[in-house]
Design a protein around this ligand. Structure first.
Ligand SMILES: Nc1ncnc2c1ncn2[C@@H]1O[C@H](COP(=O)(O)OP(=O)(O)OP(=O)(O)O)[C@@H](O)[C@H]1O
Ligand SMILES: Nc1ccn([C@H]2C[C@H](O)[C@@H](COP(=O)(O)O)O2)c(=O)n1
Length: 239
C-alpha cells in the first residue's frame, strides 16, 4: 500500500477502521485483511480485556472507577500487531488466552464504560497506530475506531450481522457445554447494550461503509474490505 502524504515530505501508511457489535466478525475479518494486504493489526478490545484481567488479579473492586483507572495507567502492556502472531503481555505475564475466558467477557464492559480507563487506553491505542505507520499501515478493530480513536482513517467499516447470526457464531466458537445459552446471550446482547452507552457502534458514522455479514462467509467479507482498501489507496490512482 502506498503512503499517504501529510505534507512536508512526510507520509504515513493506511489506516482501516473496523467497528461493530460483538460477534459481527471484526477480529477475524480485520486480521484477515491485514494479512492479505501486508498491514499491521490492532485488536483494541484486547486492551480493555487486559485491564480487566489485571484489575481482577489485583483484587480490585471493579466499581471503584478511580482504582481501576489507576491500574490502567500503571499496567505494562505489550500487544502484538502481527496478524499471524497475536499475543498480549500484561505486567510480564502472557495473558493471550486468559483475556478470552468467560470471567473476563462477563466483566469487561464494566472496565470499558469507565471513562478514565477509556482515556488511557485510547492514548495507548493511538501510540500503537503511530508506531505501525512505517510498516505501511494498520487495520484497527473495536467499537469507536472511526468515531474517536482514528477519525482520519482512510477506510471506515461498520461490520454488522443479525443478532441470531452473531449468537450462532460465538456459540460455535466456544467449546460445547462451556457456556449456557443464557451466558452466551449475556456475552453478546447484554454486553452490546452496556458498551453502546459509551461508544456509538450501532449506526455508521459519516463516511463509513456498512457491511452486513449475515449471509457472507469470512472470506467474502475479507474480499470486500480488501477491495475497498485498494480503491481508497493512492496506488489505485497510479499509472
Ligand atoms: N462472515 C462470517 N461468517 C461466519 N462466521 C464468521 C464470520 N465472521 C466471523 N465469523 C466467526 O464468528 C466468530 C466471532 O468472530 P470475531 O471474534 O471475529 O467477532 P468480533 O466481532 O471480533 O467479536 P467480539 O467483539 O465479541 O470480540 C468467530 O468464530 C469467527 O470465526
Ligand atoms: N474500541 C473498543 C474495543 C472494545 N471495547 C469494549 C467492548 C467489549 O465489551 C470489550 C472487549 O471487546 P472485544 O474483545 O469483545 O471486541 O471492550 C470498547 O469499548 N471499545
Amino acid at each position: 500500500m502506498a503512503g499517504f502524504s501529510l505534507g512536508g515530505g512526510y507520509s504515513r501508511g493506511m489506516i482501516i477502521a473496523v467497528d461493530g457489535p460483538s460477534g459481527s466478525g471484526k477480529s477475524s475479518t480485520a486480521r484477515g485483511v491485514a494479512d492479505r494486504l501486508g498491514l499491521r493489526f490492532l485488536d483494541t478490545g484486547a486492551t480493555y480485556r487486559a485491564v480487566t484481567w489485571s484489575a481482577i488479579e489485583h483484587g480490585l473492586d471493579l466499581d471503584d472507577t478511580a482504582a481501576v483507572a489507576q491500574r490502567a495507567r500503571e499496567l505494562r502492556l505489550e500487544l502484538s500487531t502481527d496478524p499471524l502472531n497475536q499475543f498480549v503481555i500484561a505486567d510480564g505475564t502472557d495473558v493471550t488466552a486468559a483475556i478470552r475466558e468467560p470471567r473476563i467477557s462477563e466483566r469487561v464492559s464494566k472496565i470499558a464504560t469507565n471513562l478514565d480507563v477509556r482515556k488511557e487506553l485510547i492514548r495507548r491505542q493511538r501510540e500503537i497506530i503511530d508506531e505501525a505507520q512505517p510498516s505501511g499501515g494498520i487495520v484497527v478493530e473495536g467499537r469507536d475506531i472511526a468515531t474517536v480513536v482514528a477519525t482520519d482513517a482512510e477506510l471506515k467499516v461498520l461490520l454488522t450481522a443479525d443478532q441470531e447470526a452473531r449468537l450462532a457464531r460465538r456459540g460455535a466458537e466456544l467449546a460445547v457445554g462451556s457456556v449456557t445459552a443464557e451466558q452466551l446471550r449475556d456475552q453478546i446482547v447484554r454486553r452490546d447494550a452496556d458498551d453502546s452507552t459509551v461508544a456509538d457502534f450501532q449506526v455508521a458514522s459519516d463516511g463509513a461503509v456498512t457491511i452486513d455479514s449475515t449471509d457472507l462467509s469470512l472470506e467474502e467479507v475479507i474480499d470486500v474490505i480488501s477491495r475497498l482498501a485498494k480503491e481508497a489507496s493512492p496506488r489505485s490512482h497510479d499509472s
